[in-house]
Write a protein that binds this ligand. Structure first.
Ligand code: SF4
Ligand code: SF4
Ligand code: SF4
Ligand code: FES
Length: 352
């Protein structure tokens, strides 16, 4: 009953209608009012760990995290003031005081949320000096590198892996200065390698190895397409540099897969540029395969199927279709096998 109610609140003096299940951040975002965030991720449960999103609320003596604070009717919120800017800026400065300054070679540079905040607050100088955490880089797998020296402990990867991927391969470990993200018993990563944690990470702590040093965000052209590995048909953006696919990222609105991919769609793009990739049909002539047009290849197939059917009968031919094709393609294929060839010997690779 409560969730359907509309609350009248003000944000920076502006009247805003909020839903009863809104946080302050959600209500502000809907109005296009900027509040910086770091641990917040639109698809994940609110965490309230970084305190970058603090705002002031009339009647509450301290600043509150807007990503976790629910709206109440009549609430008066301020998202910007000298005090708020100072606190947000100090929070970011503290994070940076324990963070490598290697933006020049960091994979995430140009799409790093911490870099953007350092720029927003003009943090060219860090006042806080002291011990920094040192972690070994873990990359004992073909696709994903974990460099927790860059981790800001926002927990987005933990929530992504648990809440959306349903795997729970990583979690917070230890406390205080020694806190870090780790696998069970701090072993090497042994998971589904979907890479959805990479997409959730706001900094360069998690990176895809097949894309490393292959193209900065501003150097690539993004082309929206559909993953062709299976019939799920996930929407993807192939990032192209110099005619070569260097990375796969989710589409802007997430697409039917809501931005999630599996290991094949996320990392299996190198075949696209492979020199052995077939780009035209091949037809065997004098014992060797030679390139042919589609018309020529289909004529050869039709002639041979006709010849085999005539000589050995319809049931001497069987057809295998693929989960990579659409349902319509698969329907047409079985129809072709049953009506044109005249056999029920038709199957599908998804059954293996
Ligand atoms: S790759 Fe996928 S399964 Fe592995 S830790 Fe990341 S989100 Fe979890
Ligand atoms: S690895 Fe990235 S997403 Fe995970 S806690 Fe660290 S900064 Fe956040
Ligand atoms: S990303 Fe994975 S699930 Fe999605 S279409 Fe590609 S292979 Fe299928
Ligand atoms: S974004 Fe709100 S506390 Fe981190």
């Amino acid at each position: 009953m409560e969730a359907g109610r509309v609350f009248k609140i003000t944000i920076n003096g502006q009247a805003v209608e909020a839903r009863a299940d809104d946080t302050i951040l959600k209500a502000a975002q809907r109005e296009g009012i900027h509040i910086p965030t770091l641990c917040y991720h639109r698809q994940l449960s609110p965490y309230g760990g970084c305190r970058v999103c603090v705002v002031s609320v009339e009647g509450i003596p301290r600043l509150v995290a807007s990503c976790t604070m629910p709206v109440t009717d009549g609430m008066q919120v301020r998202t910007d003031s000298e005090q708020i800017r100072k606190i947000r800026s100090t929070v970011v400065e503290l994070i940076l005081s324990n963070h490598p300054k290697d933006c020049m070679v960091c994979e995430q540079s140009g799409r790093c949320e911490l870099q953007d905040l350092a720029y927003e607050f003009g943090l060219s100088h860090i006042r806080f000096k002291g011990e920094v955490s040192v972690h070994e880089i873990e990359n004992q797998n073909p696709v994903l590198e974990r460099d927790y020296n860059k981790c800001i402990l926002c927990g987005r990867c933990v929530r992504m892996c648990d809440e959306i991927q349903g795997v729970g391969a990583v979690d917070f470990s230890k406390r205080g200065f020694r806190a870090k993200i780790a696998t069970a018993y701090d072993g090497v990563l042994d998971c589904e390698f979907c890479g959805n944690c990479i997409g959730a990470c706001p900094v360069g702590a998690l990176t895809g190895k097949p894309s490393r040093f292959k193209g900065r965000p501003w150097e690539v052209r993004k082309v929206k397409t559909v993953c062709n590995y299976c019939g799920c048909g996930c929407s993807i953006m192939v990032n192209v540099k110099g005619g070569e696919v260097v990375r796969v990222t989710p589409v802007e609105d997430g697409g039917i897969n809501e931005g999630m991919l599996c290991v094949k769609g996320k990392f299996g793009f190198e075949y696209i540029n492979h020199e052995d990739r077939l780009k035209t049909p091949l037809v065997k002539k004098n014992g060797a395969f030679v390139e042919a047009s589609w018309d020529e290849a289909l004529d050869v197939v039709a002639a041979n199927l006709g010849r085999i059917k005539k000589k050995y009968g319809s049931d001497s031919i069987g057809g295998l279709c693929s989960a990579k094709c659409s349902s319509e393609d698969n329907y047409l294929f079985q129809k072709f096998m049953r009506t044109a060839i005249g056999t029920n010997s038709v199957d599908h690779c998804a059954r293996y």
